[in-house]
Design a protein around this ligand. Structure first.
Ligand code: V47
Length: 354
């Protein structure tokens, strides 16, 4: 069957067809991705009121793409105490924040207890807050450092200490050759997928990311999406796919040429078409900028992530996301695009239509 016929019929694309998608024109991809998006979510654009906290930037790994961890391009190491983290949480709840998204670098200082006890402290004080924490890369690091490599033991601790869902970080690009150049010491691709599968087996949900726009090829991106599609067929717990556009400043790869908007939109549209079993495609405004994230809503995306308040990872690489975004900015931008602003919770239950 011709690829356009397959798209017209809205059937699952064969792996072979997926590898042909980049050959299609942006407007063709956009037409089919938007059709799929409208079928799934109508004109709704989802976002949440969240706060990102990155408790430490001191990392045993040196990933070539990273500007956040303390290294010679970013020589400002920090390691927050639980009191400092709780102060941030005390402050943010006064503004109606509903999710705390915690992502750390990989650091043995404080042991596994430093990673986990903060979840319980937050939950004890604010039981209504959703804790999205522990990327598969962190789970791998903690398992190898403190639990003899036992992922299930770490996942049991997450449940015991109050983690509600897992973020999608650490996926980068699954292709082993590229991964070896980008982040050789990080969790392997197979183990990233295995850890999410174990989390899903517990009846829990997570997200999946892909970091693109560095040394990867188009084929590597398709391969990444297909590995996720396979995992989702098995374990069914991914809520959203988040294509993260790599921000180049202050990293070891800073001389690479950044991607243009057409390639970015094509990738988002392709994600919507390939990942027929993942409900939401997030146009993460922190890496796209709000303008392109809004355009992406007509190329397959249906979500913007959240208000964030403080963003350390992408802004270290040059993104203009350090101080988050206001709820009103989200609402105004979505409405002027003739779309419907929907505040959601972390698991995509609708809280309010504006
Ligand atoms: O895994 C690191 C990426 C990720 C840079 O699950 C960079 O809802 C761009 O995963 N430029 C962590 N990206 C953040 C993350 C995330 C973000 C928002 C929502 C969710 C979610 C997850 O950030 C890392 C890495 O892939 N990253 N450095 C950079 N210079």
């Amino acid at each position: 069957m011709d690829i356009l016929e397959a798209l017209d019929e809205g059937k699952r694309l064969s792996e072979e067809d997926c590898y042909k998608l980049y050959d299609l024109d942006l407007q063709v991809l956009g037409f089919y991705a938007n059709k799929k998006r409208l079928k799934l979510h109508g004109k709704k654009v989802y976002f949440n009121c969240n706060r990102h906290i990155n408790p430490t930037n001191m990392c045993v790994d040196t990933c070539a793409f990273c500007a956040f961890s303390a290294h010679r391009h970013n020589p400002n190491p920090y390691h927050l105490t639980h009191e400092e983290i709780l102060k941030i949480v005390d402050d943010t709840v006064t503004r109606g924040t509903k999710e705390i998204h915690i992502v750390s670098a990989h650091n043995k200082k404080g042991g596994w207890e430093w990673y986990f006890e903060i979840f319980r402290k937050i939950k004890d004080k604010y039981p209504h807050l959703h804790i999205k924490a522990m990327t598969a890369a962190e789970i791998n690091f903690i398992a190898k450092s403190f639990f003899d490599g036992d992922y299930s033991a770490v996942i049991d601790k997450m449940l015991e200490y109050g983690v509600d869902s897992m973020p999608g970080g650490g996926a980068e690009i699954f292709d082993e050759k590229v991964r070896n150049e980008l982040c050789a010491s990080k969790v392997s691709s197979d183990n990233w997928l295995k850890i999410h599968g174990l989390w899903h087996q517990k009846g829990k949900q997570s997200n999946a990311t892909m970091l693109f726009g560095h040394i990867e090829s188009r084929e590597n991106r398709i391969d990444h999406m297909l590995r996720l599609r396979k995992q989702q067929d098995i374990s069914k717990g991914f809520n959203a796919f988040i294509p993260l556009v790599w921000q180049k400043d202050n990293s070891f790869l800073k001389d690479l040429k950044p991607l243009g908007s057409i390639e970015i939109l094509k990738t988002i549209a392709i994600a919507r078409l390939v990942l027929d079993n993942i409900s939401h495609i997030k146009a993460y405004w922190a890496t796209l900028g709000l303008n392109l994230a809004m355009v992406a809503q007509e190329y397959g995306a249906d979500d913007l992530d959240g208000t964030i308040e403080k963003e350390n990872i992408q802004s270290a690489g040059g993104a203009k996301s350090a101080n988050g975004i206001t709820l009103q900015d989200f609402i105004d931008n979505i409405k002027t695009s003739n779309l419907i602003p929907i505040e959601r919770d972390s698991l995509y239950n609708e809280i309010k239509e504006y």
